[in-house]
Design a protein around this ligand. Structure first.
Ligand code: AMP
Length: 214
């Protein structure tokens, strides 16, 4: 299936995209993960993106467009879930055009609905594994005992002030895409409040209903 998982920071997009990959073999394409890896490795891309990512601003459209299109091409256009892309009207239009050119339209855009107060609580308690990128929540999904605690870190953009900025950027730039996908009849809404498994089951249910015939 060709999917976008859509929603504000902290909605659980990465967690659910990873589960879709693990359980349904749909490749997770996370522009945020790609950018964080580039920052870590201090590649030219990482150097260009650093100040934006660290302040919670959006990286320029042209930069992420290349990353996303390359990742979709590498995957083979058939089974992917875009996590964190598109985030602007321009990115969404490019994506539509790119997928049309490859006769690979999206099957669904899954919108995870989560109220602001839950998002802020989740982000402040979120931790990631410094090497694998695996995400945890200190209360609901703590890192297992056999993981080295020194490798469990907070994303620098999960600090309170940056979180507020990321939410503001989301409202301004990204949230309007919901109506863009609604007009294309692609948007499916899923209640994103609850534990990881519950939310995953809801996603499975809506995807079952929008599956392409074999
Ligand atoms: P994420 O892990 O998806 O929350 O992304 C982390 C950060 O990477 C964002 O706050 C942006 O700075 C940058 N980023 C990721 N995806 C995009 C995108 N599609 N457009 C612009 N910036 C992005």
């Amino acid at each position: 299936m060709r999917l976008v998982i859509f929603g504000p920071p902290g909605a659980g997009k990465g967690t659910q995209a990873r589960l879709l990959e693990e359980r349904r073999g749909i490749t997770q394409i996370s522009t945020g993960d790609i950018l964080r890896a580039a920052l870590e490795e201090e590649t030219p891309l990482g150097q260009k993106a650093k100040s934006y990512v660290e302040s919670g601003e959006l990286v320029p459209d042209e930069l992420v467009r290349k990353l996303a299109e390359q990742a979709i091409a590498d995957e083979g256009y058939d089974d992917f879930v875009l996590d964190g892309y598109p985030r602007t009207q321009q990115q969404a239009e490019w994506l539509t055009k790119f997928l049309e050119e490859h006769e690979a339209p999206l099957d669904a855009v899954v919108s995870l609905e989560v109220p602001d107060e839950v998002l802020v609580r989740r982000l402040s308690r979120r931790r990631i594994h410094d090497e694998t990128g695996e995400t945890y929540h200190l209360d609901h999904n703590p890192p297992p005992d056999d993981v080295d605690p020194d490798l469990i870190v907070q994303r620098s953009d999960d600090e309170p002030e940056t979180v507020r900025n990321r939410l503001a950027v989301y409202r301004e730039e990204t949230e309007p895409l919901a109506s863009y996908y609604e007009r294309q009849d692609a948007l499916v809404s899923v209640d994103g409040v609850g534990n990881i498994e519950e939310v995953f089951q809801r996603i499975e249910r809506v995807l079952g209903a929008s599956e392409r015939p074999a």
